[in-house]
Design a protein around this ligand. Structure first.
Ligand code: ARG
Length: 590
């Protein structure tokens, strides 16, 4: 495992060293942030000298000039000039930039180091509800959670995926009751595919609901069924398990199409916490963290109030004695920290649940389930809208079926691929359409800053122009094709030469390539995959600029050609790695 330190990082250290040398009498300047930013005038501008000088009461321009002089002979830098009130403009040496390419080309993981710290991170994502259609909110959670989990894992964090399925609640009474009565009358038949499962479950739901609302005796039987379910009656449990099993057939089909990492092992639904609920409630009541209010057991917060200024409590036991969603989340935190030994718990859930998580986290802190040093974060996201700007629904006003949505994306992608007439056989065509169509849906979601809403527009998603998944897949495939031609025409043995003067487009591309690991660091600090998308998009654009300005196969000589092929290779590899971390395929041909 050889980690390649990014140039900005090395540059930062050199600047700090120079600052320390320039201020021999000042204490604690060795940790100063030189504030290196990309610049139009040079490669970088360092802005950190100015505030430091002000803090120490020395003239900023003098300090900047001194630091610049100290860096005059640095092998990384060709020029470092003090400018303005105390900035430094820094231009890197071509040899240093090419040196990074050489180092990364030979390194595993493109030289990105393992930065993971801590014990384990739980990522709670996807979380659909049993016996119900997954909706676009679950789609977002699944896509975002999966990308965040992949990136954390890539950087060396131990990730524990938890699919907090909504698999418990009073609605199961009527579902099980109806199913049992239906089976008695008509016999049992199991569904075979995800589509069949969900159609059956939808039908079951509708039928049970209609009877529940229209037939008081059935409603009574359903309520008794809930009690039996909670008491663990065998036949009732078997009915529940059957419904859960059938739902999972559907969810797994969606996961399979989406190509996400979730497996059955990660499905730790709400029901899993049933045995722990009464203990949590007793514990919190005994320690005075929760108090009785109108018969319910509640946790109150000073700063959480309703619009008409009443305290809004977190209810952990209803007045009828039942536990709810919040109680389950408290038991889940306790389990994740106490048993799974996580030091970070991420909840990838839509922003409408922000208040719920604020209260759960605060209550869990008070109870000591969330201990010092353990972080709980609501990684929230906005809504998916239709083209009319309203929440995404079908024309008939129903929630959109995820499987049909994904099918539609794949069909659109197929049309795009067929237009290009790539001479693929049917199987390859299908595979490619899936990779493009699903990639398009995922990328459209991930490339939007997650807290914002976005419009679901399949035509735009599969477009070859703009910041789309297809654009990046295409950029990647074009580079692979260039490399194939390069390999066919020239022996691959040419050794890279770092002693070559770089064209501006080469410099820009190489500097961008060197920033991958810093971008990944930011993604795990913010849980914002769109930063990686923006990076990859800018990378593809930088490659286009490079390719237009710098002939590769027709380079002026062998050395330059070898260097440019290596630049293309590094770009292709970076695109592939980046797309992979977003859970998107990067096929070699399009
Ligand atoms: N199943 C819930 C829903 O569909 C989301 C669960 C989120 N995770 C959690 N630990 N509460 O709204």
């Amino acid at each position: 495992m050889n980690t390649v330190t990014p140039l900005v990082q090395t540059l930062g250290q050199r600047l700090r060293d120079a600052i320390v040398a320039a201020l021999p009498d000042a204490a604690d300047v060795s940790e100063v942030d030189p504030l290196i930013r990309p610049s139009d005038r040079a490669d970088y501008q360092a802005n950190g000298v100015l505030p430091l000088a002000k803090r120490l009461g020395v003239p900023p321009r003098d300090l900047a000039a001194k630091v610049a002089t100290l860096l005059e002979n640095d092998d990384l830098i060709v020029s470092c000039e003090a400018s303005g009130p105390g900035f430094l403009n820094i231009t890197l040496a071509d040899s240093a930039i090419l040196g990074q390419l050489v180092a990364r080309s030979g390194a595993e993981r493109l030289g990105v180091g393992l930065h993971g710290t801590g014990k384990a991170t739980v990522v709670d994502y996807s979380q659909p509800n049993i016996a119900k259609e997954m909706h676009v909110g679950h789609l977002r959670s699944t896509i975002i959670g999966d990308a965040v989990a992949r990136i954390l894992e890539f950087l060396g964090t131990k990730v524990i995926r938890q699919n907090h399925l909504g698999d418990w609640g009073t609605q199961f009474g009527m579902l099980i009751q109806h199913q049992l009565e239906d089976e008695e009358a008509n016999g049992f038949r199991a569904a075979s595919s995800g589509v069949e499962s969900i159609s059956r479950l939808n039908a079951l739901y509708r039928a049970a609901r209609a009877r529940f609302d229209g037939d008081p005796e059935f409603a009574d039987r359903s309520r008794r069924r809930v009690v039996e379910l909670q008491a663990g009656d065998e036949r009732t449990l078997a009915g529940w398990q059957e419904i859960v099993r059938e739902s999972k057939v559907y969810f797994n089909e969606v996961y399979d199409r989406l190509d996400v990492l979730l497996t059955d092992d990660d499905a730790v639904g709400e029901s899993f916490y049933n045995p722990f609920l009464s203990d949590v409630v007793t514990d919190m009541e005994q320690r005075g963290i929760a108090v009785r209010s109108d018969g319910a057991l509640c946790v109150f917060f000073d700063d959480i109030r309703s619009p008409d200024d009443k305290p809004v409590p977190l209810i952990i036991q209803k007045s009828d004695g039942g536990f709810g969603y919040a109680t389950t989340d408290l038991a889940a935190i306790r389990y994740r920290v106490g048993t799974l030994d996580a030091d970070r718990v991420l909840y990838v859930v839509d922003s409408r649940q922000a208040l719920h998580f604020r209260m759960v986290f605060e209550a869990a802190r008070r109870a000591g389930y969330l201990t010092d040093g353990v972080e709980a974060v609501h990684v929230s996201f906005g809504s998916v809208l239709g083209k009319d700007g309203k929440p995404f629904k079908t024309r008939a006003g129903e929630t959109v079926r995820l499987i049909s949505l994904l099918d539609e994306a794949v069909t659109h992608a197929k049309a795009t691929v067929q237009e290009r007439d790539s001479g693929l056989d049917a199987e390859a065509l299908d595979q490619l359409s899936r990779e493009i169509g699903i990639g398009a849906v995922k990328y459209a979601d991930l490339s939007t800053s997650r807290t914002r809403d976005y419009v679901f527009d399949i035509d735009r998603m599969v477009s070859l122009n703009g910041n789309t998944g297809v654009y990046l897949q295409y950029a990647h495939a074009r580079i692979r094709s260039l490399l194939r031609r390069g390999e066919a025409q020239h022996s691959a043995s040419a050794v890279l030469d770092t002693d070559v003067a770089l064209e501006p487009a080469e410099r820009a591309l190489l500097i961008h390539l060197d920033e991958l690991s810093s971008v990944l660091d930011t993604v795990v600090e913010t849980y914002e995959p769109h930063r990686l998308c923006a990076y990859l998009y800018a990378l593809a654009q930088a490659f286009t600029t490079f390719y237009e300005a710098c002939p590769v196969l027709r380079a002026p000589n062998d050395t330059i050609r070898a260097n440019r092929l290596a630049i293309a290779q590094a770009t292709g590899d970076t695109l592939k790695l980046g797309l992979g971390l977003l859970g998107i395929a990067a096929p070699d041909r399009l």
